[in-house]
Design a protein around this ligand. Structure first.
Ligand SMILES: CC(C)(COP(=O)(O)OP(=O)(O)OC[C@H]1O[C@@H](n2cnc3c(N)ncnc32)[C@H](O)[C@@H]1OP(=O)(O)O)[C@@H](O)C(=O)NCCC(=O)NCCS
Length: 157
């Protein structure tokens, strides 16, 4: 049985371990994009800032014993373009469920709680980026109602 709640700095070590898992996953999938670095997976100050809000937060999923997943929610500044339609976007910046707890609907629960938090912020949309190689995550999000909005292309110069 898992529950979702807002994180506090008491979760810092558990969050760093999960960030490390996510970073390792990304390094393996996109060595052209991500590299190993020294120091904590995320600084105490950075994590504290995200938690402090008011327009950002970290949600954690926990079982009876451990924190087993999290979602980071950040604001996206509105477009300065006069012709942009008004929309308030919350970005689901990082989402991970501990590898030994996947496929038990914990990710689904974190996304549902993220949507609820975003609605509470008055958001019109929740958006996120997925690396094209991460087909699993793409299918996971599509299953939860997300659709491709922009194809962001890249080629070596
Ligand atoms: C993506 C991730 C968060 C999903 O978490 P999870 O707890 O395993 O997912 P859930 O069990 O809640 O699955 C939710 C739904 O998505 C579906 N789903 C999950 N993984 C899937 C996959 N690989 N392919 C297709 N569907 C998938 C499930 O079947 C489920 O649908 P259902 O509830 O209708 O049966 C988890 O796999 C993870 O941490 N991956 C590594 C990090 C990552 O890629 N993060 C996202 C990009 S930043």
């Amino acid at each position: 049985m898992s529950t979702v709640r807002q994180a506090t700095l008491r979760d810092y070590q558990a969050l760093c371990a999960l960030f490390e898992e996510l970073d390792e996953f990304h390094r393996a999938a996109r060595p052209d994009f991500f590299r190993r670095f020294d120091g904590p997976a995320r600084t105490w100050e950075q994590v504290g800032q995200w938690m402090a809000g008011p327009d950002s937060t970290i949600l954690v999923a926990e079982d009876e014993v451990d924190v087993i997943g999290f979602a980071v929610l950040l604001p996206r500044p509105p477009s300065p373009f006069a012709g942009a339609a008004p929309r308030k976007v919350v970005v689901l910046d990082n989402l991970v469920v501990r590898a030994d707890r996947r496929d038990r609907r914990i990710g689904r629960k974190l996304v549902a709680a993220s949507m609820e938090w975003a609605r509470g912020q008055g958001a019109s949309h929740v958006e996120l980026g997925v690396h094209a190689v991460n087909r699993h995550a793409l299918r996971f999000y599509e299953r939860l109602g997300f659709g491709v909005s922009v194809h962001w292309l890249s080629r070596a110069a």
